[in-house]
Design a protein around this ligand. Sequence first.
Ligand code: HEC
Length: 108
Amino acid sequence: MKALLLALAACTEPMPIDDMTCPPEGTLLTYDNFGADFMASHCNSCHSTGKSGAPRAYRFDTQDEVLAHKDRIFVRAAGPNLTMPPGPNDPPQAARDQLAEWLACGAP
Ligand code: HEC
């Protein structure tokens, strides 16, 4: 039983941003063509000034705010990490993969 619990813990361990490498050719994704829309569509119904659904310290209204929290945004929502948003309105996997690339490349 203990071994099973440990195994479960290991496979639900989130992937950290350092495990994702920016492609050698860089990314075509930018805040303007991807990041702003991703955050607005999938996160900022809670993580926005004036909204009360998420902790105040985690506002994602601007590129600077996203940059300030990029490691945690990655751990909660990018690539295989699925714990944000909470609830049923998940972004498509392709969008999570793009989020992973964009953040790993420094969220340009
Ligand atoms: C329905 C409301 C809601 C939506 C939508 C939402 N969040 Fe959250 N978020 C929360 C709440 C509530 C917390 C505090 C509880 C927790 O950490 O699970 C939180 C906490 C966080 C934290 C801080 C805690 C940590 O693990 O560092 C991050 C980062 C985060 N969310 C990222 C995101 C991202 C990225 C998205 C969009 C993909 C998103 N959230 C969408 C409600 C939401």
